[in-house]
Design a protein around this ligand. Structure first.
Ligand SMILES: Cc1ncc(COP(=O)(O)O)c(C=O)c1O
Length: 394
């Protein structure tokens, strides 16, 4: 297996990070047989072939359903992986925050929808700058004052999408009258161009059982349909109807309200989604992302200690799940900030230095703890990429 690019190109992209001894050590082994086993741990690692298969599968599901695919980049925050998603057919990406969009824009990604509303003139100015610089920038808003702020900050046209609360109560217009009021406020701003609506049901994604998820989505899509009617009734344009995640793809495709979907986790998967989706078609994705750890102490008769603890994984949601086959039935527990505990499996004794891979409980906040991701094919390290937008929550 050959590296995706020469070590010198990676070094140049990583900048100062490439000089850190643990990164330099991994880079020096790039492309070598067994190099995947030599990455200093804890490390975020991506099985690139599994990632590409997941990306291709979602692209083909979306194409078959006639849905535009705009993957959410909040899961990985990595421009190199976005490029692979776009090459496979994605129309652009979603970013959760302006800073995420700014990092993606700086890395050359030009088609971005920001999926969280913003507040205040400073943020409106940042959005206006992105709209002026990028070929296709879009941002959601859920209040008439947001339209006024954006209009005031605009230096030219800004494409906007009205965020509709489809049941979660986090952001979005709560009822059709609020949606109509936002549409009117947008129409009053000559530089704002209304593209359509967003309706994202975050609280449905992990409901167990395809029928129960579809029922929750149907209720939310009825709310979205009512909001669309109210916006159209005041002359608002609704071409784009965007929303949806990994867990509701089948329901979204069947219900036919959305014409663009925003799944993110499907490309990597995590324990939380695995538990919820089981063998449903929505769960038919491989565990491509993992955190690789090393056994640093193996003296206790019942468990061994790993170098990955509270700082290596997100701590809400289910515990990380061992992926390495001989640990499949073993249980991982946090063992403090820096350490994890894993029960000893049956069979040959676990030895100091043994490595093991774990699926994160929740992928997005776990990857947000890592500056870099190691791409592997089989047992070969083929690239190291920056997670440029990691930590970019402003
Ligand atoms: C607005 C929005 N769209 C899409 C997604 C992607 O969801 P998932 O990672 O569950 O596929 C998220 C994730 O939180 C989101 O906030």
């Amino acid at each position: 297996m050959s590296p995706l690019r020469p070590a010198a190109a990676i070094r140049q992209e990583l900048g100062a990070a490439a000089d850190k001894p643990h990164v330099a050590f991994a880079l020096a082994r790039l492309g070598g047989p067994g190099s995947a086993q030599l990455i200093p741990t804890p490390a975020s690692v991506l099985d690139l072939d599994a990632f590409d298969r997941n990306v291709a599968k979602m692209a083909s599901r979306a194409a078959k359903a006639g849905l535009a695919l705009r993957p959410h980049s909040k899961s990985h925050k990595c421009a190199a992986l976005v490029r692979r998603q776009i090459e496979a057919g994605a129309v652009g990406i979603c970013c959760a925050k302006l800073a995420e969009a700014e990092a993606m824009a700086a890395a050359g990604i030009g088609r971005i929808l920001v999926t969280s509303p913003i507040a205040g003139p400073t943020n409106a100015q940042r959005a206006a700058r992105l709209a002026a610089e990028l070929p296709d920038f879009r941002i959601v808003l859920d209040h008439p004052d947001a339209a006024a702020e954006l209009g005031e900050a605009s230096q030219g046209p800004i494409q906007v999408v009205i965020d509709i609360d489809v049941g979660m109560g986090r952001t979005g217009c709560h009822d059709p009258d609020q949606a109509a009021a936002v549409a009117r406020a947008i129409a009053a701003q000559p530089n704002l161009k209304l593209l359509g609506v967003q309706g994202y049901g975050g609280s449905w994604q992990h409901i167990e059982g395809a029928n129960a998820r579809a029922a929750a989505a149907a209720e939310g899509m009825a709310k979205l349909t009512a909001a669309i009617a109210a916006i159209r009734a005041v002359g608002g344009n609704v071409q784009v109807v965007t929303g949806g995640g990994t867990g509701t793809f089948e329901a979204d495709a069947a219900q036919g309200v959305l014409n663009e979907v925003q799944p993110g986790s499907y490309a990597f998967m995590d324990k939380e989604y695995r538990d919820a989706l089981k063998s449903d078609p929505d769960g038919a994705f491989e565990q491509a992302a993992m955190i690789v750890t090393t056994v640093i102490s193996a003296n206790h008769p019942k468990w061994v200690t790993l170098d990955a603890g509270l700082k290596a994984f997100s701590t809400e949601g289910p515990m990380p799940q061992p992926l390495t086959p001989r640990f499949a039935a073993a249980t991982y527990r946090f063992f403090g900030d820096e350490h994890g505990m894993i029960t000893r499996p049956a069979g040959a004794p676990v030895v100091r230095g043994e490595r093991l891979a774990l699926a994160p409980g929740h992928i997005d906040p776990t990857l947000d703890r890592y500056d870099l991701m190691h791409l592997i094919q089989g047992d070969v390290l083929v690239d190291i990429v920056r997670l440029e937008a990691r930590g970019a929550s402003q």
